[in-house]
Design a protein around this ligand. Structure first.
Ligand SMILES: [Zn+2]
Length: 236
């Protein structure tokens, strides 16, 4: 990957105990519970200290979880003593974790994270990566989906570890659950998205599979083509 300079993360409050952290083209989240705070993803990384920024927002202990371990999601991993993710993502974090002494801890489908008065169900939704996770907060009707769903920013489905069949199954599973959430918190593109974007992505992925989407040149140098269906699409 070419050397990229990213701006430092900027925190923006979404609701009383929720922040989104925007760093260039990637977004991550901080949910503050009564017992602890849950940091979902760790940005692209850079010289600044993410822990200091998070400490300015909450005095609760912080648990880091990753939707997946692409470099725009695990960038500040080395600042943390522990990082939770699906074990299929461990290999992508091993090098950083070993040099920083970060302990990699496994999350599995069906786990529940309790931050005190607020619960997140862990869903294994592979496809974009083998160990992609989503985090469902049924009470507040929010789901954090990493790179599974996005608008105005195509999902990366080319290259090692990507799996269209798994991706379709994951979208089908979320589609069957969409009565459980109103808002999708994606890592890229438009924020937030309504729950019907799961079906928009599913329709687009099925159209891609059927050869119904036009190959376009991507707006940046990528070894892939861009396939759009309205405001959703993919790089393949
Ligand atoms: Zn991403």
């Amino acid at each position: 990957m070419p050397e990229m300079i990213m701006p430092p993360p900027q925190a923006e409050q979404i609701s009383e105990n929720v922040y989104r952290l925007e760093q260039g083209f990637v977004r991550f989240f901080l949910f503050i519970g009564e017992e602890k705070a849950l940091l979902v993803d760790a940005g692209f990384g850079g010289k600044e200290n993410l822990k200091e920024l998070v400490a300015s927002l909450t005095d609760k202990p912080v648990q880091l979880v990753l939707t997946h371990a692409d470099p725009d999601h695990n960038g500040y991993l080395a600042e943390f003593e522990q990082a939770y993710m699906h074990e299929a993502e461990f290999p992508a974090c091993q090098e950083i974790a070993q040099s920083a002494g970060t302990e990699l801890c496994a999350l599995a489908d069906g786990d529940v994270i309790n931050i005190g008065g607020r619960f997140f169900e862990v869903l294994h939704v592979p496809g974009h990566t083998p160990g992609s996770l989503a985090f469902l907060d049924r009470v507040n009707r929010i789901i954090v989906t990493g790179d599974l769903v996005s608008s105005m920013m195509p999902v990366f489905l080319f290259g090692e570890g990507r799996d269209l069949d798994a991706y379709l199954r994951s979208l089908q599973r979320l589609s069957a659950m969409k009565g459980s959430f109103d808002q999708i918190y994606p890592s890229h593109g438009v924020f937030p998205l309504t729950s019907d974007y799961v079906d928009k992505m599913l329709t687009a992925a099925n159209k891609y599979r059927a050869g119904e989407l036009q190959a376009q040149d991507p707006p940046m140098p990528l070894p892939a083509k861009m396939y759009m269906d309205g405001d959703v699409g993919f790089y393949f």
